[in-house]
Write a protein that binds this ligand. Structure first.
Ligand code: ADP
Ligand code: MG
Length: 408
């Protein structure tokens, strides 16, 4: 976009911009890129984590009982990135790098009219291009955009990753780099599995599955943009120069192992609904259809759904437990609810067509006496439902069972 100069979009999360050390590391990195004649567009998240003064959760805690999915909630949630962009732009100037803070709307990021989980619809890059032409590094507020009706909307937790990837596509950037406080994408959450390894490469479909099944390492729509092939994506550490993880095209890399990563997703609730009809009858299908339709109308997203004999089992995220309960009660079905469950997913593009993967999972869980309530699979994943209290043990057991440890 600026002649033959290289352009990189760099996203820095709360763990990077929240401390002076993080902002210093950020500024030194940008200085280094500028010295190598590489143009940078920076995307920032709010500073720090809950409890830090300007973190998103702290801001949302300022007002009790804000209506859920309201524009007011998004207005409050988006302030953290505004503060962060101004602070980061000022830090860059201290390091001799000309910089310009841009809100999501000023950066031309348009999004759907759906507060709290808006999707980017289009990007008008003029504001960013103007800054670059003026020799300034744009510091764009992640996680936010402007809706058709002119309100600021937010893109869902982790949404700054998506801002960065969407900008990467719109600006035809040479690369998008997502920075946090760990060395890249690990074979499991390094806070849970001490000997997890950094993956030098991960296929875009695997990263997408990790995000979709509950890993917060990269926001799912960002991974989807990498999967669609529009962006060359890297996940790196703000605080060191380790190579990080390169997210590669699905045609460019064939995994050598059955599994690549294990993901744990907490706060899962399971419903078992009594359908009141026998398998093989039209009423059996009618009851299921009625339930799916009603839950869809209430915007409740289901997972692990399995009709079994006279029952229908499915899971929802814990925050949708009450809404699901109300929906089923309004249809007058009897149901049981189990809360405090966790979904553990083994992800691997190499597992497709390989026999014995489920047996390996069951054996590992059996050895550790972790009961499995349900299972589900796709081309590149197998998920199991276990008690939340055993979730971390299950992640470690499966990480071992698939030999994902350091040195294996
Ligand atoms: P940021 O605020 O920078 O976006 P996040 O908290 O969203 O940071 O993501 C980075 C964190 O994700 C790391 O600190 C790490 O503990 C956690 N994490 C969970 N699973 C993984 C994984 N498989 N690989 C890398 N990091 C992971
Ligand atoms: Mg994140």
């Amino acid at each position: 976009m600026s002649g033959n100069r290289r352009l990189v979009v760099l996203k820095f999360g709360g763990t990077s911009v929240g401390s002076p050390e993080g902002r210093q590391a950020l500024a030194e990195r940008i200085q280094d890129y500028k010295n190598r004649d590489i143009d940078c567009v920076i995307v920032v998240s709010a500073m720090g984590r809950k409890g830090d003064p300007y973190a998103t959760d702290t801001l949302l805690g300022l007002v009790e009982n804000l209506p859920k999915e309201s524009f007011e909630m998004d207005a409050l949630a988006s302030v953290g990135e505004i503060i962060s962009s101004v602070v980061v732009a000022a830090t860059l100037r201290e390091y001799g790098v000309a910089a310009r803070a841009l809100s999501g709307p000023a950066a031309g990021i348009y999004a759907t009219d759906t507060p709290q989980h808006a999707a980017v619809t289009e990007i008008h890059t003029q504001g960013i291009v103007n800054a670059l032409k003026a020799g300034e590094t744009p510091v764009v507020c992640g996680f936010q955009g402007i809706s058709d009706c002119g309100s600021t909307v937010t893109l869902g937790r982790g949404g700054s990753d998506t801002t960065a990837c969407a900008l990467g596509v719109a600006l035809k950037a040479d690369a998008v780099e997502i920075y946090s406080d760990v060395d890249g994408v690990f074979s499991a959450d390094p806070r849970i599995v001490m000997d997890a390894v950094v993956l030098k490469e991960i296929r875009a479909d695997e990263l997408f599955q990790m995000a979709k099944t509950g890993s917060k390492v990269v926001h799912a729509p960002a991974a989807e943009l990498a999967l669609e092939g529009g962006v060359s994506l890297f996940v790196k550490n703000t605080y060191n120069d380790s190579e990080g993880t390169h997210v590669v095209d699905i045609d460019a890399y064939r995994p050598k192992t059955v599994a690549t990563a294990v993901v744990g997703c907490r706060d899962v609730t399971r419903f078992i609904v009594k359908l009141g009809a026998q398998e093989g009858t039209l009423n059996h299908l009618k009851a299921q259809t009625q339930i799916y339709q009603k839950l869809a109308a209430c915007n409740i997203s289901l997972d692990m759904f399995t009709p079994a004999d006279t029952k229908l089992m499915f899971t929802v995220s814990a925050d949708q437990t009450d809404a699901t309960r109300d929906c089923l009660a309004s249809l007058a079905y009897n149901f049981d609810v189990s809360v405090d469950l966790a979904k553990i997913t083994v992800v691997g593009a190499g597992m497709h067509g390989i026999p014995g993967v489920m047996s390996r999972i069951a054996t590992a869980l059996f050895v550790h006496e972790i009961d499995m309530y349900q299972a589900a699979d796709s081309h590149t994943t197998i998920s199991v439902l276990v008690d939340d209290s055993r979730g971390d043990d299950a992640v470690r057991a499966l990480h071992d069972a698939f030999c994902l440890r350091e040195g294996e």
